[in-house]
Design a protein around this ligand. Sequence first.
Ligand SMILES: Nc1ncnc2c1ncn2[C@@H]1O[C@H](COP(=O)(O)OP(=O)(O)OP(=O)(O)O)[C@@H](O)[C@H]1O
Ligand SMILES: [Mg+2]
Length: 512
Amino acid sequence: MTPLVAITHLCKSFPGVRALHNARLEIVAGEVHALMGENGAGKSTLMKILAGVYQKDSGEICIDGQPVEIASPRAAQALGIGIIHQELNLMGHLSVAQNIFIGREPLGRMGLFIDTDKMARDTAAIFERLHLSLEPHTLVSDLTVARQQMVEIAKALSFDSRVLIMDEPTAALNNAEIDDLFRIIGQLKRHGVGIVYISHKMDELKRISDRVTVMRDGQYIGTVPTATTSMDTIIGMMVGRALLEDERPPQAGQGGEALLEVRGLNRGRSIKNVSFTVRRGEILGFAGLMGAGRTEVARAVFGADKKDSGEIWVKGRRVEVGSPADAVEHGIGYLSEDRKHFGLATGMDVQTNIVMTSLRRFLSFGFLLKPAAIQGAAAKLIAQLGIRTPSALQKVALLSGGNQQKIVIAKWLVRDCDILFFDEPTRGIDVGAKSEIYKLLNALAAQGRAIVMISSELPEVLRLSHRIVVMCEGRVTGELSARDATQEKIMQLATRREAPAAASGAVAAAAF
Ligand SMILES: Nc1ncnc2c1ncn2[C@@H]1O[C@H](COP(=O)(O)OP(=O)(O)OP(=O)(O)O)[C@@H](O)[C@H]1O
Ligand SMILES: [Mg+2]
């Protein structure tokens, strides 16, 4: 059978970076083909070339056995290639329908005006096909990230794509939304669409993919059938070395000084009477389903959102935190889950981004910058976190997605915060770098800092935390020690809703 797409000997360099070297990929109709590799391995670049975003230096791309040149995104669309990028590309100020038909809006009878009704009808038809409940007239900026993702998919499908590329489509989706996406992928498969699926979540690959192609350092390593290949084999192909599993955390922290104590925190309907303590040397895990209120708690403690009530105590002293600046002043740092919006000046270089928020540390006499100190600090963190960049002066926008995330982590590490909130610290980060980040969190705790780690990946929470707080619908529903915690116990607590007694009492009272 002739493959839908056959890419061979593909090479691509950027100034100072050899992104692809003899890359290869074959996609057949009706398969989900996972593309795997560490951060910076070249996955997105290869897919952007297939989608006409970048031009190859050399190599061949065949569609249905015929060599093609893909000069632009439009040319790719004409060939039936759709892509959902790692970074969402929608216009927030336009409606869902306008986004889907941007640049090819259907015209009305006179050929002069855009036929908005037809556009809305066509959009609704696509949503119906996908069983999505989305309103064509909604502004994209009013949608959650997950729904925006669905709009991107609908857009790619509106071109009748025969090949659909999904670059980390589930990074920001919760479990129900992932199920939805997988349902849609199953449907597309049955229609013979060839799907390229890029993800760092190993469990998803087992669920969704038929074959896996692994890349490393821009090169083709191999293609294997998912069903008969072990995860260890695939990870081995990706990293080219054995990963050191470090053991469960030592029972540290118990006797340590309470660095942060939060008492009776409330905010609207998202945080209800939350209290917890983190001690010096401790990693406190925050588990719960998406939307349980964990990020909200971190933001309120950090002063990014205003709390309605509650006390924050740092090292036994009550403090007022009215803004993130206050929080940092008291030694509280927050590594946001939405790194793209809160973390980086992507137009600036790596080094500047790393030191930007802690410039005060790099001044002599209070006003002269010490360039050598800045370079030294940046170089150390680049090495420590394995940030893959041709130099410390590379623009952040040009780094791969996972490497951008590591820079946000680096930023917080140069600041001397004793209390650090990490919100989904390994989202979008490859397996090798994940274990680096785990080591780093352990090291920070061992240095005597207090770490709060919010994570939706239970194995990660179990592996790192000394203690685990579980939340559901804005409340703390339980606390587990590392010794007692299991996935099942956490899930039970994470789905334990408040007994309805109080609510029905209120209704009864109102009725009288
Ligand atoms: N426009 C560009 N200019 C310069 N270098 C680039 C550009 N795009 C990508 N690179 C570099 O090419 C290499 C491959 O990046 P790519 O984005 O393809 O990685 P990736 O496998 O998608 O990684 P991730 O898992 O982190 O998303 C990286 O070293 C990256 O910094
Ligand atoms: Mg990428």
